[in-house]
Design a protein around this ligand. Structure first.
Ligand code: AMP
Length: 484
């Protein structure tokens, strides 16, 4: 108890922009993780897990000093040894660091890696924007061919389509670093001569990074952006050819895309192909899509005819970063990747009421009567699990009735019951939950008998240790009372 003079301590609460992922939400997360792993395995990507904390200079040198991410959003602090460290705001920089640090250049190229995990940005929290959020990303290092660009876009696009989510693939090319420099200069000149029409915030952004104005939400800037120079007019010949080939591949794959000349992405390291995946949203003004080669409404998953692509809550994006490996001290290495935000993906699944496939539940419940039988049942549970059955239990309960209630709730096919009599006789009871018929078997016959019965139901066991076991949380006294 606090002394009278002391203020009562506040209950600790979540930080703003952070959230808990509670058990109810987990099926969505499991589904996303399983889908990511499945895609990775189909396309031969290997998983990489990297630290959440890195030397801050990694992000300053890669993402760029004058980007929103580094300038405003990065969690940077000095650790106890005085080093300036940062919570990772994105995944590509760390992958490139690891590629260089572990000499992955000496492996057969391309090196194909994927990751999934939390990232941190001190952004203004709002719907779909958190300070800790999760992304998965795919990166291909050591291959400059345009087919890689198309393949990665296809992967991103079809992942959404396979989940039943209609999305719009927005594509652009940012050209070589020189082309980009020329373009930035042209953009700077254009906006400078119209500086008086720019809101103050964007006038400041113009000095730091004119590309940022293209993403401005301010209507005055947006109006100017309509007439601003476009990067396509500054592309070098090689980048142009590369881009044409990428689009040819997409056409061949019948993947609808929108050419979006204003898509520049917020990070400095991109060159050549850049793309984003936008959700389709109702009641939003149309997105400028000059040179549209295909309407996003053609997306394969079902889209409402009134829905339009929206840049506001982009689901993900990526692009080539052919110079980043060298920039961070490695050998010149072409590369490309993309990342998808998991919270936003899950939001889309929920918004569209997409029911996600769930994992099969347990097939067998182990019930016990009395303390001695409880000890034995723990052992039986282990035997069933090792034999590959999906097993559930509720060991802390007393009395058969509440245990049967649980077994019914979990919709198991059979319950193995162990009581005093069974203990003495070295037997077990198997109850068919559908018919309610119970039969006694020698304890040694339990596994073959259950195998036989479950195979009649078309249930296959897992091969042992990996089989999931389900524990039912203990019921309250009140619950028990209700059942008894
Ligand atoms: P970016 O690295 O900024 O291109 O982000 C890729 C994707 O990650 C975005 O399209 C979002 O889906 C997701 N994302 C980025 N920042 C956040 C955030 N603050 N909160 C939630 N999701 C985010």
């Amino acid at each position: 108890m606090p002394k009278k003079s002391e203020k009562p301590k506040k209950t600790p609460q979540l930080l703003r922009g952070f959230k808990d992922i509670l058990p109810d939400e987990q099926p969505y997360w499991d589904y996303v993780r399983r889908s990511v792993d499945a895609v990775a395995s189909t396309f031969s990507f290997q998983r990489i897990d990297l630290p959440y904390l890195e030397d801050a200079s990694l992000f300053i040198r890669s993402v760029g000093k004058e980007t929103d991410i580094v300038e405003k959003e990065m969690y940077v602090f000095e650790d106890k040894s005085g080093e300036t460290v940062a919570l990772r705001p994105e995944g590509t920089a760390g992958v490139v660091r690891a590629y260089i640090e572990h000499g992955m250049l000496n492996r057969p190229q391309p090196v194909k890696l994927y990751y999934i995990g939390p990232f941190f940005r001190y952004d203004r929290p709002q719907a779909g924007r958190y300070r800790q959020f999760y992304q998965f990303g795919f990166e291909v290092l050591g291959d400059a061919h345009p087919v890689i660009d198309a393949q990665l876009m296809m992967m991103a696009y079809t992942m959404f389509a396979d989940m039943g989510l209609p999305v719009s693939l927005q594509v652009n090319s940012l050209g070589s670093p020189e082309a980009r420099k020329d373009y930035i200069k042209a953009l700077h000149d254009y906006f400078k001569s119209r500086k008086n029409s720019l809101p103050e915030e964007d006038a400041l952004r113009l000095q730091a990074n004119p590309l940022r104005l293209l993403d401005s939400k301010h209507p005055d800037t947006q109006a100017l952006v309509q007439e601003a120079p476009q990067i396509v007019d500054y592309l070098d010949e090689e980048s142009n050819q590369h881009f044409v080939k990428v689009l040819e591949h997409l056409d061949e794959l019948d993947i609808p895309y929108v050419l979006n000349p204003r898509l520049v992405r917020g990070l400095d390291y991109y060159s050549r192909t850049a793309f984003e995946i936008w959700p389709l949203v109702s009641d939003l003004p149309e997105v400028p899509a000059d040179n549209s080669s295909a309407d996003a409404g053609e997306a394969t998953a079902v889209a409402d005819a009134t829905e339009k692509p929206s840049a506001q809550s982009a689901l993900g994006g990526g692009g080539r970063y052919d110079y980043l490996v060298e920039e961070l001290g490695g050998q010149p290495t072409s590369a490309m990747g993309f990342a998808i935000g998991i919270e936003r993906l899950i939001n889309e699944l929920k918004k569209r009421n997409i029911s996600i496939p769930t994992l099969p539940g347990p097939d067998i419940f182990v019930a016990q009567l009395g303390d001695e039988a409880r000890k034995k049942s723990l052992k039986v549970f282990g035997q069933l699990r090792s034999a590959g059955f999906r097993v559930a239990e509720s060991f802390s309960k007393n009395g058969l009735k509440p245990q049967m209630e649980q077994a019914h709730k979990l919709a198991v096919k059979f319950t193995v019951i162990i009581g005093q009599k069974e203990l003495m006789d070295h037997t077990i009871l198997i109850r068919d939950m559908e018919s309610g018929i119970q039969e006694t078997f020698d304890a040694e016959k339990m596994i073959p008998e259950l195998q036989k019965r479950l195979s009649k139901h078309g249930v296959k066991q897992n091969n042992g240790s990996a089989s999931p076991a389900v524990s039912v949380p203990e019921q309250t006294d009140a619950d028990q009372q209700k059942l008894l």
